[in-house]
Design a protein around this ligand. Structure first.
Ligand code: FEO
Length: 575
């Protein structure tokens, strides 16, 4: 059964279809979701996927975002009499999936809410009415009848501490919520066309899952013990069926690569407090861009022993300010004490405010870490208003600074260790000198580039190799637009000097530089010889760089008699 999408002015629509026997998806399609949360980097909106399993008993898995309240409740009640819902299974308690639990419970007060112990605790704070609940963990199941035995596994940190996956033995469907998802909004229920979703799938992984790579691998080990999995019914984007093995293999490959990193950083946040989790994710993404692994832990729910173990093996610590009071406050205080006790000289530390209404102040705690001998990796992030894109950019760039601080020695060693002949020969590859400028939402960035080459005639296209730890890399995702400014021979020194500077996290790269605005919104440098407006088509991962292929939509030369500045190098092991 396929319902006709119902359109509203805000481009919120809902669609439903059977995905297996007795199993229906209710997908809330949010076509125009703004890029705000860091993982919404790409051109599309997102979907919130909810599922109904109707055996002898009926279970609803997850709900939707509160913005879909009426649409979702109308659709749900069109499919099932709420009075017959026996279970509401909560994969985790983030509001994009649990935002309507209270509303569904109002219609289905008899339903038993099923979730991990932490999830039920969170929900008791969120839902302002008593409800019956059942906590579940790995190895436990619920029998819905007609063969639909639902097995649960814990999947903590994917991406909240309270996550569970649910596996239906009757249909071989694994319900995973955030894990294996992507922010991709289309009418397609399934993943038929890998090429259109793989960029979004990867970007979402990089933002939400890479900082939890160990947890991904642990969850996948538990998944292997379930029966055959033919479908992954995720919480965002198309359901995985046609390219399932390939997409699962990618998660495993990417996560193994993360956990092989020589250094790692422990990032602590407080779930359900201020903007702690989102800010910590942005910092974590900035760190993983440098090839340093991250382990994220929620101060509210983490075990003391786990905190101790992770801090002991970390090269760096990032700490989100916890609240001065509130639920689980004692546990949080104990965990912060454990971090301090386990912290060692030679580690680096970065701190950020969570912008809850009750943050512990940064400075006294930071002083304690510095007394132990830890070095501050970036200026403490002070958040004075609801975080906007600029704050998330500041977080990401602060994370990258921290990662670069940890990898600097290794990079210097690598430079010295390269074979000299090979190195000199590589140095004979020359390129022009360019400055890439990009704007996305409220944020702007720029980078000096020389690994640029024309790559196609029709459409006119070019490739740029961008190091993975560059700030601008986040603004060069598939669908993003930027400007390639071509520098002029004999007239490039001041621009080159300016953009070669080491900018502080979040600093304005364009202060004191003359610019105009291109049609695509990115800055054109007034002193450039030429500019090309570009749109990213594909990206290829090449070890420590991304090769970004873009089509050129327009361009102009300011001086037809001038030539492009060329970058000659002696050695090829750095720029
Ligand atoms: Fe899609 Fe963690 O919520």
């Amino acid at each position: 059964m396929v319902a006709t999408p119902v359109k509203t002015e805000k481009r919120l629509t809902i669609q439903t279809t059977a995905i297996a026997s007795d199993s229906t998806t209710i997908r809330s399609l949010d076509w125009d979701r703004d890029r705000f949360d860091i993982e919404f980097g790409l051109r599309n909106g997102t979907t919130y996927n909810s599922y109904l399993i109707q055996g002898d008993k009926t279970a609803l898995i997850d709900t939707s975002h509160a913005k879909f309240r009426q649409l979702y409740l109308d659709t749900l009640t069109g499919l099932v009499d709420p009075k017959t819902i026996d279970y509401i299974i909560i994969s985790h308690t983030e509001p994009d999936h649990s935002g309507l639990v209270e509303d569904v419970l109002a219609l289905a007060p008899q339903a038993i809410v099923v979730g991990a112990k932490t999830a039920i605790k969170f929900l008791e704070d969120l839902v302002h009415q008593p409800f019956e609940s059942q906590t579940v963990k790995s190895g436990q199941s619920i029998d819905l009848g007609k063969g639909h035995v639902i097995d649960f596994i814990n999947a903590p940190n994917l991406h909240w501490p309270d996550t569970i996956f649910s596996y239906d033995r009757g249909t071989n469907i694994l319900y995973t919520c955030d894990a294996f998802g992507m922010h991709y909004c289309s009418d397609a229920f399934f993943d038929e066309d890998l090429s259109v979703i793989e960029g979004d799938y990867r970007f979402y992984y990089d933002c939400l899952m890479a900082p939890n790579a160990r947890s991904v691998l642990s969850a996948m080990k538990r998944m292997a013990k379930l029966g055959e999995i033919t479908t992954v019914a995720n919480g965002h984007g198309p359901i995985l069926r046609h390219n399932l093995q390939e997409l699962l293999d990618r998660y495993e490959k990417w996560s193994k690569a993360q956990t092989k990193a020589e250094k790692n950083v422990a990032v602590f946040y407080v779930s359900d407090y201020g903007h702690s989790d989102r800010l910590s994710q942005a910092i974590a993404r900035g760190i993983t861009k440098t090839g340093v692994a991250v382990e994220m832990l929620d101060l509210r729910s983490a075990e003391n022993t786990e905190v101790h173990e992770i801090v002991s093996r970390a090269s760096g610590i990032v700490l989100g300010m916890p609240p001065l009071s509130g639920h689980n406050h004692q546990d949080i205080v104990a965990n912060v004490g454990t971090i301090l006790a386990a912290a060692k000289e030679k580690q680096v530390i970065g701190m950020f405010e969570s912008y809850g209404d009750n943050d512990e102040p940064i400075d006294p705690l930071l002083t304690k870490f510095r007394d132990v001998g830890l070095k501050k990796a970036f200026p403490s992030i002070r958040v004075k208003d609801t975080p906007n894109e600029a704050i998330y950019q500041l977080c990401e760039e602060s994370g990258t600074d921290l990662g670069q601080l940890l990898t600097r020695d290794k990079l210097v060693k690598q430079m010295k260790a390269l074979d000299h002949d090979l190195d000199r020969a590589m140095g004979r590859i020359s390129g022009g000198l360019y400055i890439i400028t990009a704007t996305k939402g409220d944020i702007k960035s720029a980078m000096l580039a020389s690994w640029v080459s024309q790559a196609s005639f029709q459409p006119p296209g070019l490739t740029i190799a961008v190091a993975k730890d560059r700030a601008i890399e986040s603004l060069m995702q598939v669908g993003d637009r930027f400007v390639l400014n071509v520098l002029e021979e004999g007239k490039y020194q001041s621009l080159m000097k300016h953009f070669l500077k080491r900018f502080k996290p979040g600093a304005d790269r364009f202060a004191g530089v003359d610019t105009q605005t291109a049609t695509n919104g990115s800055p054109i440098l007034t002193d450039a010889l030429a500019y090309l407006e570009c749109e990213v088509m594909t990206r290829m991962e090449c070890s420590d760089h991304w090769v970004v292929y873009s089509k050129v939509t327009s361009g102009r030369v300011s001086n037809l008699d001038a030539v492009t500045a060329v970058h000659h190098r002696k050695v090829g092991n750095h720029y």
